[in-house]
Design a protein around this ligand. Structure first.
Ligand SMILES: [Fe+2]
Length: 500
């Protein structure tokens, strides 16, 4: 009865708490890490507990040879390297000197690769729900062996966005941060306390370099268009409208017949469909998922978006709807249990996971791996192959791609021999995958058959349905929940009227 009133009071208190916590917590050192990679530039960032200069030495060989310096003293450092060559490995070191010329930070060498040009193959890793948990480091070995060029995360990198000590743990518990440019979008925990309506994700924006307005943006690698979105349901109405206007323009441009991408990949925090059976996830059926389903999903289906990547619910799941493949991973936080009837689910696991993705032209091969060294599933998505233009540069391992032998902390990309040969179908069904299927805790049925590549949705090595198609129970629960909320709101309003 009093719930609605209590919730309102609680939200007001949280909002006040957020205003009081607008400052950052902690003063640690961390980094370096990379962001906003393009085919000719990248941003190098790090933080020092003492103010100092920002110096980066870099070059296409370990001899480096070039440098860029900002002599202004600061604790948060961001140096943008420009004039680079596409799909090329570069090496770099960082250094900061205080006002007396004493070294307060020095690290490297590290290595990274610039964004692939059209015609070049590339790889990336998708991680989510890191929450600065130490368990994410279990993915160090598979990520290093895979040889990714960059990483995507849909937010919730930390528990509380304003706490720099949590950001220090985030950047420390994963060996790939100095080498893989991070493309991040805002999760609910990127805000001050994870649940503040209308809150500002200031610290996340300050720390992480990103394209566009840094909350929603587009970028291209090879022939693939990536769209980073903000799905936080407390976005101001104008922000929602602005984002959808921008998204419509990007999708229209991507499908107008002029330099169209072969593949479109979108990523954001809240999955539209989920088999997570815990109450916190089920409540999202009436809070967070409706906007995603009503506003984003129809646009994805209309413009034939190929793949959508999400986090938030702390499970692994692949869903298919309207020709769009949805994959959710959770890489750090403790996995949640399954049980909710997601009528579009093809495979769901209560497990930590990461997604390894290799793109060559119009073909996208993926493998979901768990934190125990197992393969969850593999699959392939084929985009619009008629749009492929030969960039003449061959694979991303161009001649400038030397091995980073002797690097102190280089988990950077593997050599050409280690690269996945998409033509040979390396990411198709394997015995290991079939064995992994047999271990599935959800009792799902694994077909074990060969992957069937399709041009709409995923040609996956497993065709497993973990939830019934019948969504009527879900609709009934949603209607009852909405009716109950309406009644509580009405009674609350009446009480307020009497008190007034
Ligand atoms: Fe979340």
């Amino acid at each position: 009865m009093r719930y609605a009133c209590l919730v309102s009071a609680l939200l007001a208190a949280l909002a006040g708490s957020a205003a009081a916590n607008s400052h950052t917590v902690g003063n640690p050192d961390f980094g370096p890490y990379l962001g906003h990679a393009t085919s000719d530039a990248v941003s190098v960032s790090w933080r020092t507990s003492v103010a100092g200069t920002s110096e980066v030495a870099f070059g296409p060989t370990q001899a480096l040879g070039q440098s860029k310096t900002d002599s202004a003293l600061a604790q948060q450092h961001e140096v943008r390297l420009t004039g680079l060559q596409p799909g090329t490995r570069y090496y770099y070191t960082i250094r900061s000197l205080d006002g007396n010329g004493q070294v307060v930070a020095s690290a490297g060498p590290f290595a990274f690769r610039t964004a692939a040009a059209p015609g070049q193959a590339f790889k990336f890793v998708f991680l989510a729900e890191v929450h600065e948990e130490v368990e994410v480091a279990r993915f160090d070995a598979p990520i290093a062996a895979f040889g990714a060029d960059f990483q995507i995360q849909p937010g919730d990198n930390i528990d509380e966005g304003h706490d720099l000590n949590q950001w220090q743990r985030f950047f420390t518990q994963g060996a790939w941060y100095p080498s893989l440019p991070l493309f991040n979008t805002m999760g609910n925990h990127n805000f001050d306390d994870g649940n503040v309506f209308g809150g500002a994700d200031v610290v996340s924006i300050e720390l992480l370099a990103a394209p566009g307005n840094e909350r929603w943006y587009a970028f291209r690698y090879g022939h693939t268009l990536f769209l980073g979105l903000d799905s936080n349901h407390w976005l101001y109405p104008k922000s929602k409208t602005d984002q959808l206007t921008w998204l419509d323009a990007e999708l229209t441009k991507a499908t107008d017949g002029v330099d169209d991408p072969a593949l479109i990949v979108a990523f954001f925090h809240v999955p539209p469909y989920s088999s997570c059976g815990e109450l916190t996830c089920i409540s999202r059926e009436v809070t967070e998922r409706p906007w995603v389903r009503q506003e984003l999903v129809p646009r994805f289906e209309k413009h034939k978006v190929d793949l959508v990547l999400n986090g938030h619910d702390k499970i692994y799941e692949r869903s298919e709807k309207g020709g769009v493949t949805y994959i959710e991973v959770s890489s750090g936080a403790a996995p949640r249990s399954l049980g909710w009837p997601n009528g579009f689910s093809k495979l769901a696991r209560s497990a930590r996971s990461a997604l390894l993705v290799a793109v060559d032209g119009c073909k996208l091969d993926f493998e979901a791996v768990d934190d125990q060294g197992g393969s969850i599933e593999k699959g392939q998505i084929v985009g619009k192959c008629q749009n492929i233009v030969d960039g003449g540069a061959g694979a991303a391992d161009g001649g400038a791609d030397a091995q980073p032998d002797g690097l102190a902390a280089d988990i950077a990309t593997a050599d050409a021999a280690d690269r996945l040969d998409a033509e040979a179908g390396d990411m198709r069904v394997s015995d290991d995958a079939a064995q992994s299927d047999a271990r599935a805790a959800d009792g799902a049925r694994a077909d074990g058959g060969a992957a069937a590549t399709t041009e709409s949705g995923c040609g996956c090595s497993q065709a497993v349905r973990t939830a019934p198609n019948d969504v009527w129970p879900l609709l009934l629960v949603a209607v009852l929940a909405l009716f109950g909320a309406w009644r509580r709101r009405r009674r609350c309003d009446r009480r307020r009227g009497r008190q007034a």
